[in-house]
Design a protein around this ligand. Structure first.
Ligand SMILES: Nc1ncnc2c1ncn2[C@@H]1O[C@H](COP(=O)(O)OP(=O)(O)O)[C@@H](O)[C@H]1O
Ligand SMILES: N[C@@H](CCOP(=O)(O)O)C(=O)O
Length: 321
């Protein structure tokens, strides 16, 4: 249950008094999620989510809230933050940074089908094109510098096999620094649990707190690795084709991106293998642990390494034979 900070009715009603959102009718803690305290809040006018940021650099938060506001204003199904009467998106409440965003409906899908993948591909393409005009950059806090730092931190913690795989992949990735790859705002964590659906209709994309400026294809690779893999890490050709084709209708891929695809899938697998290893070996104090299995991404990485040629054939329009 991720409610680290309990909120009482009177104090929430007083907090809502900063906004023009009507009277508090109901609220309840949200059990899903790991990092922050979240509540569903219903007022006489709106359905909202209140987030109390538990472990965030406060000076980073305006960037995220402005991004959500910007994307929601351009039709991306992101949770629009609400401004108080003074126009402020970021608040302090219960001695923590806090924000109210619009509640999005729907539920995440554990076993996405082709239609879900088509929808998420189209939405990611839309997010990337809409994000082009967002005026402020944010470096990726989980980029190659962090990969190397984390690898050093894991010294002495890994099996020989894992250490060899990790060192070899870090070396491989260091040989590829693609210039001229389209870059911009990326979600950087668009896993199944960060998208909401009603049937096959995508109703929301949430949890933008890894969003940053990076290579767009990397975001596509993160999404494909999670949405289109089976339990063994193998990619399902039909889901991959649906996702990439729908994405390409929003933002056509360049030939350089096509060439870089297998490397990007590996980079995306490496990033989440590393973060899950890091969470396993260095759990954060006070955090409710839903530690995610690093081996899922180790298997995905191993497969992407073995199957480079097959990955190229999964590109839309490529010959399958
Ligand atoms: N805007 C929203 N609309 C509807 N549900 C939301 C919204 N934001 C968060 N949630 C719910 O809260 C849960 C936790 O949110 P998340 O941002 O993933 O938290 P954390 O950052 O703590 O991991 C989500 O899984 C979802 O169920
Ligand atoms: N999607 C990542 C976990 C990202 O962290 P969270 O705070 O969104 O849970 C993974 O599956 O490893």
């Amino acid at each position: 249950m991720s409610v680290y900070t309990r909120v009482e009715t009177e104090e929430l009603a007083a907090f809502l008094g900063r906004y023009d959102l009507g009277e508090l009718e109901d609220f309840r803690g949200i059990s899903a999620g790991i990092e922050n305290t979240n509540y569903y809040v219903t007022t006489s006018h709106q359905e909202l989510v209140l987030t109390l940021f538990e472990q965030f650099e406060e000076e980073e938060l305006p960037w995220f809230l402005e991004l959500l506001d910007f994307l929601a204003g351009r039709g991306v199904p992101a949770p629009a933050p609400l401004a108080d009467r003074e126009g402020a998106l970021l608040q302090r409440f219960k001695d923590r940074p806090a924000a109210l965003v619009r509640r999005l409906h729907g539920a995440s899908v554990d076993h996405p089908g082709v239609e879900h993948c088509r929808a998420i591909g189209a939405a990611l393409g839309h997010l990337h094109t809409a994000g082009r005009d967002f005026p402020r950059e944010r470096p990726n806090p989980r980029g190659p510098h962090w990969w190397r730092e984390t690898s050093r931190r894991l010294e002495g913690k890994l099996s020989d096999e894992d250490r060899q795989l990790l060192d070899a992949e870090l070396h491989f990735q260091s040989l590829f620094r693609f210039q001229d790859m389209p870059s911009g705002i990326v979600h950087a964590d668009l896993f199944r649990d960060n998208a909401l659906f009603e049937g096959t209709e995508l109703t929301g994309i949430i949890d933008f707190y890894y969003a940053c400026s990076d290579v767009l294809l990397y975001d596509v690779a993160i999404t494909v690795n999670d949405w289109c893999s089976d339990g063994e890490g193998a990619l399902d050709p039909e889901r991959v084709e649906a996702l990439l084709t729908a994405y390409g209708e929003q933002r056509p891929f360049s030939p350089i991106e096509r060439g870089a695809w297998p490397v990007m899938l590996r980079a995306a697998a490496l990033r989440f293998w590393l973060s899950r290893l890091n969470d396993l070996h260095f759990p954060r104090a006070g955090e409710l642990t839903h530690t995610k299995d690093p081996d899922t991404f180790k298997r995905i990485l191993q497969r992407r390494i073995r199957e480079e040629r097959a990955l190229r054939r999964l590109w839309p329009g490529a010959k399958r034979a």
